[in-house]
Design a protein around this ligand. Sequence first.
Ligand code: AMP
Length: 506
Amino acid sequence: MNIAHLLLGSAQEFRDYTALARGNEPYLGFRDLWRKVSVMSMHLRGRFGLAAGDRVAFAMTNCVESIEVMYAIWHAGLCAVPMNAKLHAKEFAFILGNSGAKLCFVTPDLAATIAEAARDAPAVKEIVDITTRPYTFMAVGDPVPMADAEPTDPAWLFYTSGTTGRPKGAILTHRNLLAMTLNYFADVDRPPAGSSMVHAAPISHGSGLWNFPMMARGVVQVFPESGHYDVAETVGLMNRWPDCSIFLAPTMVKRLIEHPAVRELRPGALRLITYGGAPMYVSDLKRAMETLGNVLCQLYGQGESPMTITHLSLDMHAHTDHPRYEEHLASAGVADTCVEVRVVDEDGKQVPIGDVGEIIVKGDTVMAGYWNNPEATAKSLRAGWLWTGDVGAFDGDGFLTLKDRSKDMIISGGTNIYPREIEDVLNLHPAVAECSVVGRPHPEWGEEVVAFVVARPGATLAPAELDRLCLDNIARFKRPKDYKFVDALPKNNYGKILKTELRTLL
Ligand code: AMP
């Protein structure tokens, strides 16, 4: 099945419902979107001469056209390569070169950068700016039937955010994306037709993946006119469009609840916030629930099993009388319906409940491999299981608590220390805005714990206060031996903290 069938189905079932909106204004209904996509696909195969399986990249600030471009690509039987709009020209060049994309769509703000990047990616034959005639001309002509696609055909090359090295292109097949979509309905939500979703996070990543369940259910996808996450604008859109869902990284949730505009949110306007992609600290989660009510659902996934490993549902967030409620809030929830999740030792043997090990996943959402990277594929996919590189532990109720990326774990005096646990404690201090904990080589202990801390504006922090907090909450040997106060933490384009860079500052 071609994943573009989701649009065809909605064009039949929800014909004149709005499919896409630009800020406050409707852009296209489902039937018109399907027609446009179908005509565009004819141009891709005819005018641009692309053949089944060819890769088509795009570098676009979030906008309605990103959805029509993606569906035109699939309708034509091609493979999409969405790139984060904030990447550097060299990173674009790497992805264009690695994917072998022949065509790249751009928003005008990125035209010059992509032209520069494409000089190092000879396969790219054409760059199409969506505000120019070559693009508008793609809407002229007659619809053509959708190309056949096998469930195993690559549909989306999902380039990882590269917190530890060069990005890798996880091959997501039509089957992977369909399984992820159905899993949304099983574990997250089944939004009604006519409800809405605002795309505030990058369309090349989590927010873009959520387009599928929305497309399938007749939900209007709203693109902020600014093209990025502006809290006041987002709140305005949540008030404008009915029954709104949104995907936000944990730092974006924090920005939402700390912004004065959150007080203007109409009761009932917000249907659901799915958050994930990085740790949500319990203190932040509780504040978010106090401010917004029970509208939060957590996801743990990775590009290699998109948005689908575990979830902490709306109900689990609301289950305050559960005897282990606090632990559940600090966890990433239970295994998703479409996957099997295990915690294993180095040999792949399941460890007992409560023990920490690497998280491995099997199921229909797990990628087919990394594009053009057999070594990385062999490391990540072993005997049908995806080795996530994340470490965690299951409890007796089946809740998975994530500890860290295995590479971020600190080994001091032969004992494993998980930075997240220390970060959770430091975040309890009201003057701590953000923090991140890494290991520093130590001649005697192997490594010692160092905390990078950003104080809230106007606040001062003394190491002794943080030390006290740690002594009150965690084992003595885990507390940081050094606190480094900094103005900001280095982050990548998805807002993830770059521990690799912090380690160079030690
Ligand atoms: P990416 O492939 O760029 O989406 O990054 C996936 C990684 O982000 C995972 O392997 C985890 O390390 C981290 N991650 C994703 N979801 C969560 C979550 N809910 N809590 C903590 N870390 C997460």
